[in-house]
Structures are given as structure tokens and as C-alpha cells.
Design a protein around this ligand. Structure first.
Ligand code: FAD
Length: 446
């Protein structure tokens, strides 16, 4: 099946495209860094020696920060081709690292530009308004980086932080654009000004694309059914409004938002638990975590839903081999495994599959009867249920893992669950000799 958002599997093509993107970025960076040399401002022209070198380095830091800010926007924009190439999890990791680099470069910019002038405080005169905008920009960048780094420690609710981060990102770009065009005479006329305006237009284009569902081909779906899934989750079935089939790989996820519901309208990511063999009937199983997911019980049948996706590469179909599979899930981390098992059942893929599903207590289980039914069709599927709460206290150990999967020849292992469990399981897998490149993980959080 051809899937618009499936990761690019051909390694040669993938690495070729990644190298192509890096070359384009390098050339853009060289172009941006050439501007303070090719179009010297008066402030650089009439300085000499160390003062000149420091001022120019400060301008270079500013240019690099400006370009990386545009890259930052692109990394967070869910551009389909980039997600197919790199994967959303890696893009978000790059987004975080790039954010820190931008903050450092942006701090170096005024220190180096004003250092030689021995300016100790910003002169608050109307004539210096572009520099004052620059100071606001620096504060904005630091707020963005610090709030992202410490959001958990500061106890910010995720959805409020996300909204503030998106608005802050937009504001920072506007401030950058104004600062760039008005703070230095380099950008007053000619090619630098044209490039500055092009930069603004490109950023606006990316923001509009990111926030206009029509441009991203998001079509509305309807809630068909809402039902409990065990004691701690809600099952939501969706059907499309139009006829366009929604193609995805088993294990991929999508962002859901309910425009007219009892829940707030921001989007949340969830794995599509159903099988891609039924592209017009999607099922999501949503564990009760915070206010938003707890309110899923109150979603009404028939109400509209927007789906943005699919995204992600946590799928046995992304590994282009027929290796046996070991699927290790903790709690709600079963959803991608369920999709993969359902898909293998529907497509008569009878490879050996071992599912290890750990829960605190039996009342968290759901779809257990379905797994038993699938097992009847798929004799190579073995299911191991573990309960970590009292009285069973069954925890995975390297020995139990080896006993469950030791007989399999070079299996691909997929792990999804709470972060501490994933870290522990990955260490155990390495201990029993599973190579890192055969261990695939999905974290239910960004
Ligand atoms: C790729 C992926 C797949 C997922 N699949 C499932 C699934 O199949 N079933 C399931 O129950 N859960 C899944 N999750 C987790 C689910 O998205 C969060 O539990 C849910 O968004 C929490 O919302 P809340 O406001 O109720 O909880 P809170 O307690 O407010 O949030 C708990 C954590 O969830 C994350 N989160 C909260 N809101 C958002 C948001 N708007 N966007 C992104 N992350 C957010 C944050 O890391 C936050 O710390 C998945 C997450 C990811 C990243």
C-alpha cells in the first residue's frame, strides 16, 4: 500500500535526501554568514583590530541564530516530507537541541556587538527602538528555551505550555523580522533587504501551512462510538465524513482534536489501535492520564473530530524483513502492539510473535478476549500477561525475558510503556544480547 506519510524505507534514498538537506542548510548558512562580509555596515567599516573582529563575530552569531530560528520553525511544522525522512521523534529532539543553540548564539550576539563599545545598559531612547526590540527578542528566546527545559519541574500544564510556546514562537519570529530589517543599515536596501523580506515571507508561509487544516488536507471525522476499555481507558471509534481513505502503517499515531466537545480544543497524539486493513474505521484507546484524557468518557457520539496524521515509524512494517517479533508493552503502551497484531492477523502474516504486556492489576486489561481469538488463528503468537501490583508482583527480569524470547532467531523488539519501564527493559534486552539496532521504542510524550 502507498502511504503519504510512511517513513522512506530505501536507505540509499533516505541518506541521499538527508545529505541533500544538510548541504542546502550548509549553503544557506554560508550565504547568511557572508552578509556581514559582503555588505559591511558603517559600524564594522570604521572599526579596526580586535573591536572589528568582535563586532563582526557578533553579527555572524546573530545571522546564524536568525537562520537557525527559521530551521526551528520548519522542524516543528509537521511537514510531511520531513517527517517521512527523519521521523517526528527525531525532529522534536533536533528542535530541542537547536533551541538551546539559538539561545546561546542570540546571547553572544549583543555581548559581542556591544562589548567593544563598552555599553553597560541599553539606552532607552526612541531612536534605539530596533535594539530594544532585539532585547525583547533575546528575552523571548530565553523564555522559550527555559520553559521548554523546565516545564515539568515548574509544573506547567502541558497544553497551556504548548499554547504559550506556539504563541511565543510566533512573537519571537515577528520580533526577529523587525530587528533584522531595522537595526542595521546592511538590511536597509538591496539584496540583504530582499533576502530579509523573503525570510519573513517563508516563515509566514510555514506558519500558515501549519495552522490551516485545509492546506494540510485535514478532513473532519465523526465519533461513531465511545466505550470503556478496562477500568482506566476509553475506546473511541471514528468514521470519516467524506470518502477519502486514511492510509497508515500499524503502530503509527495521529493528533486528535475535538472542535465542539466537552474537552478543550487543543490536539493530543494517540496511536491508531485499529488495523490499517480498515482505513475507514479508526479506533483509539485513550488511557486516563490528565483532565483532557479523563474527559474522553464524556465525548458524544456523532461529534466532529480532526485527525492530523499519520506520523511515526514505530511499526514492524518499517523494518523491511520478516524477522520474528517481540512486542513488550506497559499499560496503555499496548496500543501500537494491538494495531500490529491485528494487521498481521488480517494479512495472514504468521511469523512468530511474542507479546509481553505488563499491567499493575488485571482490571486495567482490555481486548484480552480478542487476543485469545487472534491466537487461535495465529499459532505462532504467544501472549504473556504480567501484573506488577500485589499480590502477583510479576516484574520482568533478564531471566524471564530470556525464557520468553531466548529461542527466537534475531527478533525485532518493540517496546512501549512508561519511561522508567522502557529504560529498564532496554537495559535487560542489551544484557541478554539483543543488539541496539533491533530494539525499537516509542515514548508516549514529547
Ligand atoms: C506518539 C504518541 C502516541 C501516544 N499514544 C497514546 C495512546 O495510544 N493512548 C494513550 O492513552 N496515550 C497515548 N499517548 C499519550 C497521550 O498523548 C497523553 O497521555 C495525553 O495527551 C495526555 O493528555 P492529558 O492532558 O489528559 O494529560 P496530562 O497529565 O496533562 O499530560 C501527561 C503528559 O502527556 C503529554 N501531553 C499532554 N498533552 C499533550 C499534547 N497536547 N500534545 C502532546 N503531548 C501531550 C505530556 O508529555 C504530558 O506531560 C501518546 C503520546 C505520543 C507522543
Amino acid at each position: 500500500m502507498t502511504i503519504r506519510t510512511a517513513p522512506i524505507q530505501d536507505r540509499g534514498a533516505r541518506y541521499g535526501l538527508i545529505i541533500g538537506c544538510l548541504v542546502v542548510l550548509f549553503l544557506l548558512l554560508c550565504g547568511a554568514l557572508a552578509i556581514p562580509f559582503l555588505f559591511e555596515s558603517f559600524s564594522i567599516k570604521y572599526k579596526f583590530g580586535l573591536a572589528k573582529a568582535l563586532l563582526r563575530t557578533g553579527k555572524l552569531a546573530g545571522m546564524a541564530a536568525a537562520l537557525l530560528l527559521m530551521v526551528q520553525l520548519i522542524l516543528a511544522s509537521r511537514l510531511t516530507w520531513l517527517n517521512r525522512l527523519v521521523g517526528m521523534d527525531r525532529l522534536l529532539t533536533l528542535h530541542k537541541a537547536n533551541g538551546m543553540l539559538i539561545a546561546l548564539l542570540a546571547l553572544a550576539h549583543p555581548l559581542l556587538v556591544f562589548g567593544p563599545e563598552e555599553v553597560t545598559s541599553l539606552p532607552l531612547k526612541a531612536a534605539y527602538w530596533p535594539e530594544i526590540v532585539g532585547a525583547g527578542l533575546l528575552m523571548g528566546l530565553f523564555y522559550q528555551a527555559a520553559s521548554a527545559l523546565f516545564k515539568k519541574a515548574l509544573g506547567f500544564p502541558f497544553h497551556l505550555w504548548m499554547r504559550a510556546h506556539q504563541l511565543g514562537g510566533g512573537l519571537v519570529l515577528i520580533l526577529l523580522f523587525v530587528h533584522l530589517l531595522f537595526s542595521s543599515e546592511t538590511f536597509e536596501v538591496g539584496l540583504p533587504r530582499a533576502l530579509g523580506l523573503l525570510f519573513g515571507a517563508l516563515c509566514s508561509g510555514v506558519v500558515i501551512h501549519r495552522h490551516l487544516p485545509v492546506l494540510r488536507h485535514l478532513s473532519p471525522w465523526r465519533v461513531e462510538k465511545v466505550a470503556p476499555a478496562g477500568k482506566r481507558a476509553t475506546r473511541i471509534h471514528l468514521q470519516p465524513e467524506g470518502k477519502r481513505p486514511f492510509r497508515y502503517l500499524p503502530g503509527q499515531f495521529a493528533f486528535l482534536s475535538f472542535p465542539s466537545s466537552v474537552v478543550s480544543p487543543e490536539e493530543h497524539p494517540f496511536t491508531i489501535a485499529s488495523s490499517p486493513t480498515q482505513p475507514n474505521a479508526l479506533e483509539f484507546i485513550i488511557g486516563k492520564s490528565g483532565d483532557w484524557t479523563r474527559a474522553m468518557d464524556c465525548v458524544r457520539e456523532g461529534e466532529p473530530v480532526f485527525i492530523d496524521g499519520p506520523y511515526g515509524s514505530f511499526s514492524h512494517l518499517v523494518r523491511a524483513d520478516d524477522a520474528p517479533l517481540v512486542l513488550i508493552a506497559g499499560g496503555i503502551g499496548i496500543t501500537p502492539m494491538l494495531s500490529m497484531i491485528r494487521y498481521m492477523n488480517d494479512t495472514r502474516d504468521n511469523r512468530p510473535v511474542i507479546l509481553i504486556w505488563s499491567n499493575r492489576t488485571p482490571d486495567s486489561l482490555f481486548n484480552a478476549e480478542e487476543l485469545v481469538r487472534i491466537k487461535r488463528n495465529h499459532p505462532e503468537l504467544s501472549v504473556h500477561l504480567l501484573f506488577t501490583g500485589a499480590p502477583e508482583k510479576e516484574r520482568l527480569t533478564p531471566e524471564t525475558l530470556h525464557a520468553f524470547m531466548g529461542h527466537l532467531q534475531a527478533p525485532q523488539v518493540f517496546v512501549c510503556g512508561p519511561p522508567p519501564m522502557m529504560t529498564a527493559v532496554e537495559a535487560m534486552l542489551r544484557e541478554i544480547g539483543v543488539p541496539a539496532q533491533r530494539i525499537h521504542t516509542e515514548t508516549f510524550g514529547f
